[in-house]
Write a protein that binds this ligand. Structure first.
Ligand code: MG
Length: 158
């Protein structure tokens, strides 16, 4: 049996915060605003995992008005989604992420992000794809107002 899930997340830039994507601290400034650490990549993957098993979305488990998640590391959200998926007997076959950002350049951070995500999900790095693109200066990402992340995940079960 197979299941597929997709997730998307967007956060606006907040200059004074560190930039954390895919569990990797990319810069000490020029980060994203949000209740948690605003890791749009991990949020998109979390929603993809939950979506694949029709278990709601990240907000149904970790509402942004809950003070417990203020400044929280998003790996907590991902680990809970992994637990839910695993409880149903599902294993991750692969996941594919696209980050849409005009800045900063993400190519040097792609492999560290893959490694960090693979480690959080107990996967091999070859099961984790991270791609980065710009929108050629169009739209909110092109105007450098924020970053978007899209994730697709495939689950398998005997
Ligand atoms: Mg988010």
């Amino acid at each position: 049996m197979i299941r597929i899930g997709q997730g998307i997340d967007v956060h606006a830039f907040e200059e004074a915060r560190p930039l954390v994507l895919g569990g990797v601290r990319i810069a000490n400034r020029g980060g994203l605003g949000g209740h948690s650490d605003a890791d749009a990549v991990l949020h998109a993957i979390t929603d993809a995992l939950l979506g694949a098993v029709a278990a709601g979305d990240i907000g149904s488990y970790f509402p942004s008005e809950d003070p417990r998640w203020k400044g929280a590391e998003s790996r907590l959200f991902l680990e809970e989604a992994l637990r839910i998926v695993g409880a149903g007997g599902w294993e991750i076959s692969n996941l594919d992420v696209t980050v849409i950002a005009q800045k900063p350049k993400l190519a040097p951070h792609r492999d560290p992000m893959r490694s960090a995500i693979a480690s959080m999900l107990n996967l091999g790095v070859e099961q984790v794809s991270i791609k980065a693109t710009t929108t050629d200066h169009l739209g909110f990402t092109g105007r450098q107002e924020g970053i978007a992340a899209l994730a697709v995940v495939l689950l398998v079960r005997d």
